[in-house]
Design a protein around this ligand. Structure first.
Ligand code: GUN
Ligand code: ZN
Length: 464
């Protein structure tokens, strides 16, 4: 399932590109390698730890994994001399991005006008999700969605499908076929949703157990107990969800929390005994180290202390928070209080699957609160940071021997303005300036190619 993108603005000849894999499964990529070895935090760019810049290096790939990274000038190891070198000089080679919160069916409603969260769900999202009851719609939707992720340089995702078991099954099946690391599970929702989008506690439990049996731990697939959000599950369903998390080792839990002020008030009225919105989940054992909670804008200090103690993460979703007018997430405060934070597109509340665009929006959200988000912190968060918070840093998030070869190759600039600005940044000799310009002006048009487990899954098509 490889595909090509169109890039009407590119005029260069297609870069020399040998066959995707040689028979040994070996590949050699030549370019400038950027990844991270530690959290740069909110340190100023020049003082930020953990930035690993290896210009003019080759990445050796074997059987889907990174075998070595070495200077281009150094001789290749014995047995590698015949492997064609894929020339990406002048391009960035990075770990594929990790999008920790995104909705597969919501490609149908991305960029819908005019409403905040609760109205947006009823007006646009729920009608679109109902269509996924049809297996053909789920299959086609999963394919479209995974191709789209790859065409944005995202190689790992934590995904919401719909309430329908088949929608999760289709995602697992297609990600598995490509050996892609994917975390998903059927959405739990048994109230406050229209007919055709509600399950019941027993059927939902059976569906989850079936999916766990079929997919959890199969290849690179992992199951997530997927509570849509507190208002759409009864207390009984939340209890069942907590039991699933406790019973099945290694499962993740994904949900939404404290995104929108009307939502927070609604949760308080539905769960008057809970101390807070987060507590609705915590008291049923849903918050653990594998918990991924989208948004978390309207949490308090005690909530953040709970997240820190449990090791759960907030999936910060910048473009969604701006588009739905949800609020400004205070990332620096979360960091100071020891809360794990990852980055997410939250499409279709979010307006782009591009993690670069979401980073640019994250910068603006922090700027409005007096904090400056460096490119180092943003890029770390979408690679090694997310991998660590998901417990997957032995597998993904770095260009490092032994890690899976989930990689993206990027052009620094596309179009006249970015090309001009990138030229000045390059001439300055300040790598952070260049990376920040790329993060701020770049998007999926900058993507030259995406590889998962050593196989090309996306390649930019260069038009003459
Ligand atoms: N809260 C509950 N469901 C959703 C959803 O689909 N998107 C967003 N952004 N928030 C939600
Ligand atoms: Zn969401």
């Amino acid at each position: 399932m490889t595909h090509s993108g169109t890039d009407s603005s590119a005029s260069a000849a297609a870069s020399a590109s040998p066959a995707d894999t040689v028979s040994s499964g070996r590949r050699v990529l030549w370019g400038d390698v950027l990844d991270f070895t530690a959290d740069p935090g909110f340190a100023p760019p020049k003082e930020a730890p953990g930035v690993r810049w290896r210009p003019d290096h080759v990445v050796l790939i074997e059987e889907g994994r990174i075998a070595a990274v070495q200077p281009h000038a150094k001789a290749l190891p014995a047995g590698w001399q015949d492997v064609p070198v894929e020339d990406h000089r002048g391009q960035l080679i990075m770990p594929g991005f990790i999008d920790t919160h995104v909705h597969c069916p919501q490609l149908d409603v991305i960029a819908s006008f005019g409403t905040e969260l609760l109205d947006w769900l009823n007006t646009y999202t729920f009608p679109a999700e109902r269509r996924y009851a049809d297996p053909a719609v789920s299959q086609a939707g999963a394919e479209r969605f995974l191709l789209a992720l790859w065409a944005h340089g995202t190689t790992t995702a934590v995904v919401f499908p719909t309430v329908h078991k088949v929608s999760a099954h289709a995602l697992f099946e297609q990600a598995h076929a490509q050996n892609m690391r994917l975390i998903t599970g059927k959405v739990l929702m048994n109230r406050h949703a229209p007919e055709g989008l509600r399950d019941d506690v027993d059927q939902a439990e059976r569906d989850c157990v079936d999916l766990i049996d079929l997919w959890h731990g199969k290849g690179r697939q992992a199951f997530a107990v997927t509570v849509r959000f507190a208002p759409t599950s009864t207390p009984e369903q939340l209890m069942m969800a907590g039991q699933l998390c406790q019973t099945y080792d290694g499962t993740y839990m994904q949900t939404h929390v404290a995104e929108n002020r009307d939502e927070v008030r609604w949760v308080a009225s539905l769960f008057p005994d809970a101390r807070s919105y987060l507590d609705v989940y915590d008291r049923d054992g849903l918050i653990g180290a594998r918990g991924v909670l989208a948004h978390g804008i309207w949490l308090d200090d005690r909530d953040r202390a709970v997240l820190r103690e449990r090791g759960a993460q907030i999936a910060h979703s910048p473009s969604s928070n701006l588009f739905l007018g949800s609020g400004l997430f205070d990332w620096a405060q979360a960091q100071q209080e020891g809360v794990n934070v990852s980055l997410a597109s939250d499409v279709g509340g979010g307006t782009s699957l591009s993690m670069l665009r979401n980073m640019a929006d994250a910068y603006k959200i922090q700027a409005l609160q007096g904090t400056r988000l460096t490119a180092w912190k943003a890029l770390y968060t979408a690679t090694l940071g997310a991998a660590r918070h998901l417990g997957l840093d032995e597998e993904i998030g770095q260009v490092e021997p032994g890690r899976m070869a989930d990689l993206a190759v990027w052009d620094w600039a596309v179009g006249p303005v970015a090309t001009h600005r990138d030229g000045l940044a390059q001439a300055s000799g300040d790598l952070h300036e260049r990376a920040f310009v790329w993060m701020t002006l770049g998007d999926e048009r900058n993507l030259a190619g995406t590889m998962i487990a050593g196989q090309t899954v996306y390649k930019k098509r260069i038009t003459a």
